[in-house]
Design a protein around this ligand. Structure first.
Ligand code: ADP
Length: 303
């Protein structure tokens, strides 16, 4: 097959591993920086060009679109979908999961456990907003944040009020969340591929930190999931419409709660912690699914 990887970083671990795995299975792979592409949108022969050349036909695409280029990257992915190319994650699934608030609303509609979450934009609503999520301590999250940046633990009501006022003053979109203290600075990353959780790790925040992101110094170890955790992770990925997803759970007193569903989960941490060849599993999944899916989407249209 001819496989495209939409990624801005050919040198990134995840991109490199996917290239390696695809080549090892006999495929031709091209890493494409979506920002460098431009498109001809037309009825008869939609195409994508880069540096004066038509990129030609692909059988499958693996989107690894960075959060900062979601808008343009999604447009390029949609163009590939219009061209009948099988995408392991659809542009719609990616758009849903990139919007933290939209994700929470979709997951709650499906009855999936979440930390109690509030959203508001007027400073005068702050007192009720804080009460709504059960008071302090609570977590304030910037909707646009990634890798733990813009996630703040407000330990007292006073601190919560000040942080919320400051963010609202800056016109930032924020979410307020019940703090799951019993998780003790740990979360569970479930790597979903199709209808299976193929790998899972527990990430533990470094001492004095509540955010367990590996980019913030957290450490990862292999973890065994309960059947309930497995089922919640699969349902969350399905709700977003993602075949490849990193579902982040917290172990709360009231069962597993979903914090986030990531459409471009990193491979480095999970492969190291679990010793699984996740990249190879993704390529195998594409081999099994690309043919039937691309025929169907070409017939139905995918936007
Ligand atoms: P990001 O997408 O920026 O990584 P997250 O929502 O995943 O933001 O939060 C970062 C980390 O903060 C999580 O991995 C988790 O360890 C911690 N965290 C986030 N929300 C909560 C919460 N409601 N209760 C307890 N810990 C939380």
């Amino acid at each position: 097959m001819r496989i495209a990887i939409l990624s801005q970083g050919p040198q990134l671990y995840s991109t490199r591993r996917l290239v390696e795995a695809a080549v090892a299975r006999g495929h031709e792979v091209k890493v494409i920086n979506p920002v460098k592409c431009y498109m001809n949108i037309n009825m008869t022969k939609p195409s994508i060009h880069m540096a004066g050349k038509d990129l030609g036909h692909f059988d499958a695409v693996i989107p690894r679109i960075g959060a900062s280029v979601t808008f343009y990257g999604s447009a390029v992915l949609r163009q590939l979908e219009m061209m009948g190319v099988y995408s392991v994650n659809s542009s719609i699934g990616i758009a849903r999961s990139r919007d933290k608030l939209r994700s929470m609303q979709l997951l709650s509609r499906k009855g999936i456990g979440l930390p109690i979450t509030g959203f508001a934009n007027k400073p005068s609503d702050i007192p009720d907003l804080i009460d709504m999520v059960g008071g302090a301590p609570l977590v304030v999250k910037l909707l646009e944040g990634t890798q733990g940046i813009g996630v703040v633990l407000a330990e007292t009501r006073k601190a919560a009020e000040s942080v919320l006022e400051a963010f609202m003053g800056l016109k930032a979109n924020i979410m307020v969340q019940e703090y799951i203290a019993e998780a003790q600075g740990a979360d569970i990353r479930c790597f979903v591929l199709g209808d299976k959780v193929i790998a899972a790790m527990k990430r533990q925040a470094k001492p004095g930190e509540f955010r367990s992101n590996l980019h913030r110094g957290g450490s990862a170890t292999l973890v065994k999931l309960s059947p309930q955790e497995r089922s919640v992770a699969l349902r969350a990925a399905r709700t977003m419409g993602l075949n490849v997803a990193g579902v982040d759970l917290l172990r709360s007193n009231h069962g597993p709660v979903v914090m986030e569903v990531n459409s471009s989960p990193g491979l480095e941490g999970i492969e190291a912690a679990t010793d699984k060849d996740v990249a190879d599993a993704i390529i195998c999944f594409i081999e099994k699914n690309a043919n039937k899916q691309s025929k169907k989407s070409a017939e139905m249209g995918v936007c």
